[in-house]
Design a protein around this ligand. Structure first.
Ligand code: SF4
Length: 320
């Protein structure tokens, strides 16, 4: 690669979500997390019990959120916090984040989504879910909403490797993700896929092959999370019993892996996240000194050091 070339994305060197949003919606868009009382088929017995071995939704629940309140009251409380923390935000979207937010009777889903959209300060919805919870009538309804609102469907893929998905008790395979993403995108929905990098059983080769497989799917954006062991999860307990059973990436290895991944990812895919941060009280390992806010500049710096950028090693294959 040429040392002094930034590539097509400027100094950041990857296709960043925030910059895309500012251009597309004319300003900053902030998500207001809400908890609508959903569960998940991998917990209630429909698909499995106990959930994914890495999952404890409390690890990603913001402090302002009170799940006992109505959707409207949760939005009001979230806005009260976010308007002080992020002044100058132009639009807000309600983020149905915890558990599987398309899992339920259609009329119940519709009532919850519409309550959020009725709030005068809410411009749209971000809806997180599993790929096996995408009933055709729900997708058709979301596609209809998307004609007038921002609708972002976040689908948890977590790994492209079936053996890894089985070992973390995910309860679905990669083909299910391909099917769900393809059906949603065919209706015109913007799909954000969610990958968790570093799960046990994943090799560097399989993670990097994930960049190829995600690039072949009709996704609008990708969220990358690195494995962190959250207290109360089966993986955390396994690590406490035997740390060698759950290998964890240190900061430098994680940055190198993310840069390798980004270089192989299609330049058309927006990166909505390139890491995550569990609250210290919830996190067991790995012990990093790096804060989430430092991760993005470090990745851009490593890309610059290599003289590379998102997609510079991307090879179009056409199939996941
Ligand atoms: S990660 Fe999602 S699918 Fe897995 S147990 Fe948690 S809520 Fe359910």
């Amino acid at each position: 690669m040429t040392e002094n070339t930034e590539g097509p994305f400027g100094p950041r060197r990857y296709r960043a979500w925030n910059e895309h949003v500012k251009t597309r919606y004319g300003g900053r868009v902030q998500k207001v997390s809400i908890e609508a009382g959903f569960t998940c088929p991998n917990r209630d017995g429909l698909v499995g019990r106990g959930g994914c071995t890495f999952c404890n939704n409390d690890g990603f629940t913001p402090g302002y959120l009170n799940r006992q309140q109505s959707i409207t009251a949760q939005i009001d409380a979230g806005l009260d916090f976010l308007e002080r923390r992020y002044p100058g935000t132009d639009r807000y979207i309600a983020y149905f984040q915890s558990y599987s937010n398309t899992y339920g009777e259609f009329e119940r889903l519709r009532a919850l989504y519409e309550e959020a959209l009725t709030h005068p300060k809410i411009s749209g919805l971000a809806i997180g879910t599993r790929p096996d919870c995408l009933a055709p009538e729900v997708l058709a309804y979301l596609a209809q909403l998307a004609r007038e609102h921002i609708i972002e469907l976040e689908i948890g893929v977590e790994s492209c490797n079936d053996a890894v998905l089985a070992s973390v008790n995910r309860g679905h395979d990669f083909a299910t993700s391909v099917d769900g993403i393809t059906r949603a995108a065919a209706l015109g929905l913007d799909v954000t896929a969610h990958l968790l990098l570093g799960l046990p059983g994943e090799s560097m080769e399989s993670m990097l092959d994930g960049a190829r497989q995600m690039s072949a799917l009709p996704i609008h954006a990708l969220k990358l999370h690195q494995l962190q062991l959250v207290r109360g999860t089966a993986l955390a307990r396994a690590w406490q019993r035997d740390p060698s059973s759950v290998p964890l990436l240190d900061e430098l290895a994680c940055i190198a892996m993310l840069v390798d991944f980004i270089e192989r990812l299609s330049p058309a895919i927006l990166l909505q996240r390139i890491g995550s941060e569990v609250p210290p009280s919830m996190k067991l390992a790995p012990a990093w000194n790096l804060r989430l806010s430092e991760l993005s500049p470090r990745i851009s710096a490593e890309l610059a050091h290599r003289g590379t950028w998102q997609g510079c090693r991307y090879v179009a294959t056409g199939s996941a």
